[in-house]
Write a protein that binds this ligand. Structure first.
Ligand SMILES: [Zn+2]
Length: 636
């Protein structure tokens, strides 16, 4: 997964779910029929109907709770409405479990062979969150099957077969990795698939749709399935298309094998859906702004989104921490190895973005500078070790910006990027340039090619695989970086790569672009403020000039030294104060109260950059150099 802020649900005792349901057992091999009517998706409701083979007795129906890739109990149960269970034409009473909200108990009467379950799924309108955020507009929709089904407990989800079909609004087209059986009468019927494969195979659809084959010389096939809120939004340029094709080539070159039948980037472009990506074995559900293909700032902001999600097919889906490879959608996940699952993926997404040209070499370095500076300056690292950010993922994902510098957020993404880069640089140095972390990926994630399957691992397996590539104290290296509270971010990868993080008084083009796309302004390393372009304070660094002035998250800045707030006024005022040595008066609103806050700071603006370490070779450049160009003939 990639991006910001989900919500959480209660983690409850699941003892009841551990009990196999005898009524369901034995009928597991008969397919469950699932029909999803999406014709009212623009009105934000999906109609689901299931026909579930059963035997008489007690049956527990479960709504998926722990969603793979979201690393938390995020199944959107709250959006289920109109739930009915019918047997032989008669409504049956159902009872929600008193402890496990996602479970419903039904007594199946004698003679019943099939339960008819129907409900509506009320699509969210929130542009916050992940797959449970907004998924439909008048022009498009994304279907995540976990939201429109229940399953009988007692049979492993891998052994439950679903024959699923959907009806789309007239004229809409769709993309999905789920193999299609046939389409008739407005319904698209899919080939029967296990519950695991079904939930792993979302669909995007819309009025404006394009499916673009990528890197067509490579087998298996790869597709970019574009759905947008306007005709213009899906007009991809040849240059952009080529970058995505290069991504496919680079990923295949990096891993040397694959674990999907074919691969679909489902790319949904709308200002009315959350900005995020969710990985699957054979596809990824990527959602960004409507104008991402038109606006260069939005395109740059999303540069590592598709690379990150694609890398997950290998790192996260195929190779998965054993405690994240749970047997069903009820068992809580243990997330302590997310620094591999997400952290290594963050590293690979960045590397692949650079190798495919989605990030230029300068932009790739700027990206690294931002990550390194942010973590290096974060006061929360004084109390919370990185490991705890991973263990706490299920509540940190939805913790928001306020207080995030002191609390810490899901830092296991970018801080892990830093030390995976360090690991890469150590392997390059110790092997005298013969090997790199690429070799680890080929060994750990690569051959033999398979269909979608999960090969779980433990911390010991990671250490062993690293040692097979290059003997080193990997156990000590990783343990220290993950478990120790450290005042500063791990910069070894940057410095071994021939660079260092420095601070400049002017913003780079990359930073300006990101600010413009995110509509958030970064004054963190000068006065300690993180604000929206409207002056709303998102976070204040403890002990910073802003904090000492009394500013706090949740306030809104209206004026700076008597001038109406704009980002330019704020920048100019901070710069001017370095010459005038005068304090800055910030007029801000806190609740209903306005007050002026006097901020004392004369250090000028500070923006992170990467600058060369004198006399040291640019090993970082070697890490980020394309692989596939050199050997493109062999990929054909
Ligand atoms: Zn991810």
């Amino acid at each position: 997964m990639n991006a910001s802020v989900p919500r959480t649900a209660l983690v409850l005792s699941l003892a009841v779910l551990a009990l196999a349901s005898p009524a369901a057992r034995g009928s597991a091999l008969a397919p469950i029929r699932l029909r999803v009517d999406m014709t009212e998706a623009p009105e934000r409701v999906l109609h689901a109907h299931l026909a579930i083979p059963v035997r008489p007795g007690e049956v527990t129906l479960f709504y998926p709770k722990w969603i793979p890739g979201e690393h938390g109990p995020t199944g959107p149960l709250v959006n289920v409405a109109g739930f009915t269970v019918v047997a032989s034409g008669k409504p049956l009473e159902w009872k929600r479990d008193l402890v496990e909200m996602y479970a419903v108990h039904v007594t199946v009467p004698p003679g019943t062979k099939t339960l008819e379950v129907a409900f509506d799924f009320l699509l969210s309108t929130s542009t916050e969150g992940y797959s449970y955020g907004a998924g439909a507009t008048p022009n498009l929709a994304v279907l995540n099957w976990n939201q429109v089904l229940v399953y009988p407990t007692g049979t492993p989800p891998e052994d439950l077969t679903y024959a699923a079909s959907v009806k789309l609004p007239a004229g809409w087209k769709y993309g999905t990795a789920l193999p299609v059986a046939h389409a008739t009468g407005g319904w698209v019927e899919f080939k029967p698939a296990s519950l695991v494969t079904l939930i792993d195979s979302p669909l995007n659809a819309g009025r404006w749709f394009r499916e673009i084959p990528l890197a067509p010389e490579i087998t298996p096939r790869h597709y970019l399935d574009l759905v947008g809120d306007s005709r213009e939004s899906i007009q991809i340029t040849r240059e952009q298309e080529e970058k995505f094709s290069r991504l496919v080539r680079e990923a295949n070159q990096l891993f040397g094998a694959h674990h999907y039948r074919d691969y679909h980037f489902l790319y949904t472009l709308s200002d009315h859906v959350p900005f995020f990506g969710l990985e699957h074995h054979e596809s990824s559900d990527n959602r960004t702004k409507e104008r991402v293909l038109v606006d260069k700032d939005d395109f740059l902001r999303a540069a590592d989104l598709l690379p990150h999600e694609m890398a997950h097919s290998w790192n996260g889906k195929y190779r998965r921490p054993a405690d994240l490879a749970t047997p069903d959608y009820a068992t809580p996940m243990e997330t302590d190895l997310l620094w591999v699952y997400e952290g290594l993926t963050q590293y690979l997404g960045w590397v692949l973005a650079a190798r495919s040209g989605l990030l230029s070499p300068v932009e790739a370095r700027e990206y690294l500078a931002q990550a390194a500076a942010e973590l290096d300056n974060e006061p929360g690292r004084m109390w919370r070790p990185l490991l705890d950010t991973a263990v706490s993922a299920q509540f940190l994902y939805q913790s928001g910006f306020a207080g995030s510098s002191w609390r810490r957020g899901v830092d296991f993404y970018e801080e892990s990027l830093l030390f995976w880069l360090e690991a890469d640089q150590i392997i390059r140095a110790e092997s005298k340039g013969q090997r790199s972390l690429d070799d680890f990926c080929r060994r750990f994630h690569g051959a033999p090619s398979t269909g979608p399957t999960v090969k779980p691992y433990t911390f010991d397996d990671v250490v062993a695989a690293l040692n097979e590539v290059q003997p080193y104290d990997w156990r000590g290296f990783l343990t220290e970086r993950v478990t120790q509270v450290r005042a500063h971010a791990p910069m070894g990868g940057v410095t071994r790569g021939g660079w260092k993080v420095t601070y400049s008084d002017s913003m780079s083009a990359y930073q300006k672009s990101l600010e413009s796309a995110r509509k958030r302004l970064d004054f963190k390393y000068s006065v300690g403020l993180y604000v929206t372009d409207k002056g709303e304070i998102l976070d204040v660094y403890p002990k910073s000039p802003a904090a000492k002035a009394g500013l706090a998250p949740g306030m809104t800045i209206f004026a700076v030294n008597g001038k109406q707030w704009t980002d330019d006024v704020m920048h100019q005022t901070i710069r001017a104060a370095s010459h005038t040595r005068e304090p800055m008066d910030i007029l801000a609103k806190n609740g209903d109260d306005y007050a002026t806050y006097r901020m004392v700071y004369t250090g000028g603006e500070r923006f992170a950059r990467l600058t060369r370490l004198e006399g040291s070779p640019d090993f970082l450049g070697e890490t980020l150099a394309p692989l596939a160009q050199k050997t493109s003939a062999s990929a054909r």
